[in-house]
Design a binder for this molecule. Structure first.
Ligand SMILES: NC(=O)c1ccc[n+]([C@@H]2O[C@H](COP(=O)([O-])OP(=O)(O)OC[C@H]3O[C@@H](n4cnc5c(N)ncnc54)[C@H](OP(=O)(O)O)[C@@H]3O)[C@@H](O)[C@H]2O)c1
Length: 293
């Protein structure tokens, strides 16, 4: 076979695989959390009051999983619990108020831990994150500082505090929110992209180290949330699509972009990685950035 035929065959197999995975999502619906991680278990979601985190809470409520929301805005969290109870009033819901911007303060994580240590936590979703976008030298110092703190510190310490109890369970899962922008260099999102690469490398290293806990580095592309001004275009997916794809991949993979659309974007970008990518990506992202700002 010619080299071009080999390449063609690999591309067809890859897309075939993605198609099968997507069909699996459609056919199987969604992984049953309680079946996999234990009946009556809790799912803890950081930054659960909006966007992808809220999507996780809604999915857990639908499945009857107990949900613990760690959020900075008590009122918003209470409103969400009312919403979740309308979806399903059988599970228990707990709110822990914590502003991760202050997570460098003494005893910050110990205080969260003391409120959750008696819950049987089967799933940890390290979701909280913020985005500062713009020409690097024009961005605010405080925004950049907060972005590094909020995107990097909670994932490390929430995992560090919860892992011992999760390891004692028969099976547990951790999903850490990285991003497509953590997989590829991303102009205008420079510091964000670096924090998401931090999330990805931290998660994948831990995944190799830790046994009997499913640990997933979740690297979606653009999801329709406030973080990206709720943009809806063919490249984006809804929070529901995003969350379902993540839960389906947990325990099957150590890293994923999740939804098939984002897997294809990742694949195409990886083909263009290197010099070509370095040349086209600033032009492409600059164009997108100018469209939106
Ligand atoms: N949207 C995307 O395209 C995309 C793509 C890839 C990865 N991600 C990652 O997915 C995660 C969630 O993003 P999203 O798009 O869902 O963001 P979002 O819609 O802006 O929601 C962020 C959530 O984090 C909470 N939060 C922010 N700062 C906080 C703080 N200091 N303390 C406590 N909670 C705080 C927010 O609380 P409030 O409700 O109080 O504001 C909100 O619940 C992030 O880690 C992000 O990097 C997003």
């Amino acid at each position: 076979m010619e080299i071009i035929e080999w390449i063609g065959m690999i591309v067809v197999i890859y897309f075939g695989y993605l198609l099968v995975m997507e069909c699996k999502v459609i056919v199987s619906g969604i992984s049953n959390v309680q079946q996999i991680y234990g009946k009556g278990c809790w799912a803890l979601v950081t930054g659960g009051t909006d966007g992808i985190g809220k999507g996780f809470c809604q999915e857990f409520a639908k499945q009857g999983v107990n949900v613990c929301i760690v959020a900075r805005n008590k009122q918003k969290a209470e409103n969400l619990v009312k919403e979740l109870k309308k979806i399903n009033d059988k599970p228990q819901y707990k709110i822990v108020v914590a502003d991760f911007q202050k997570c460098l303060q003494e005893n910050f994580f110990q205080n969260i831990y003391s409120e959750i240590k008696d819950l049987d936590i089967g799933l940890l979703i390290n979701n909280v994150g913020v985005l500062t976008v713009g020409e690097f030298h024009k961005t605010s110092d405080i925004d950049q500082q907060n972005q590094i703190i909020i995107n990097c510190i909670p994932v490390v310490f929430m995992t560090k505090y919860l892992l011992p109890m999760m390891k004692k369970r028969q099976r547990s899962g951790v999903i850490n929110l990285s991003s497509l922008t953590g997989r590829f260099a991303y102009p205008y999102y420079q510091v964000y992209s670096a924090t998401k690469a931090f999330n990805d490398y931290f998660t994948r290293s831990l995944q190799i180290e830790v046994e009997n806990v499913d640990i997933l580095s979740f690297r979606p592309g653009f999801v329709q949330t406030a973080m990206v001004k709720n943009q809806t275009d063919p490249l984006t997916v809804s929070t529901q699509q995003c969350v379902k794809a993540a839960l389906l991949q947990l325990g099957n993979k150590d890293a994923t972009a999740g939804h098939v659309k984002h897997q294809i974007q990742t694949f195409l970008l990886s083909l263009a990685e290197g010099k070509f990518m370095d040349t086209i990506s600033p032009i492409f992202v600059k164009y997108l950035y100018k469209q939106k700002h």
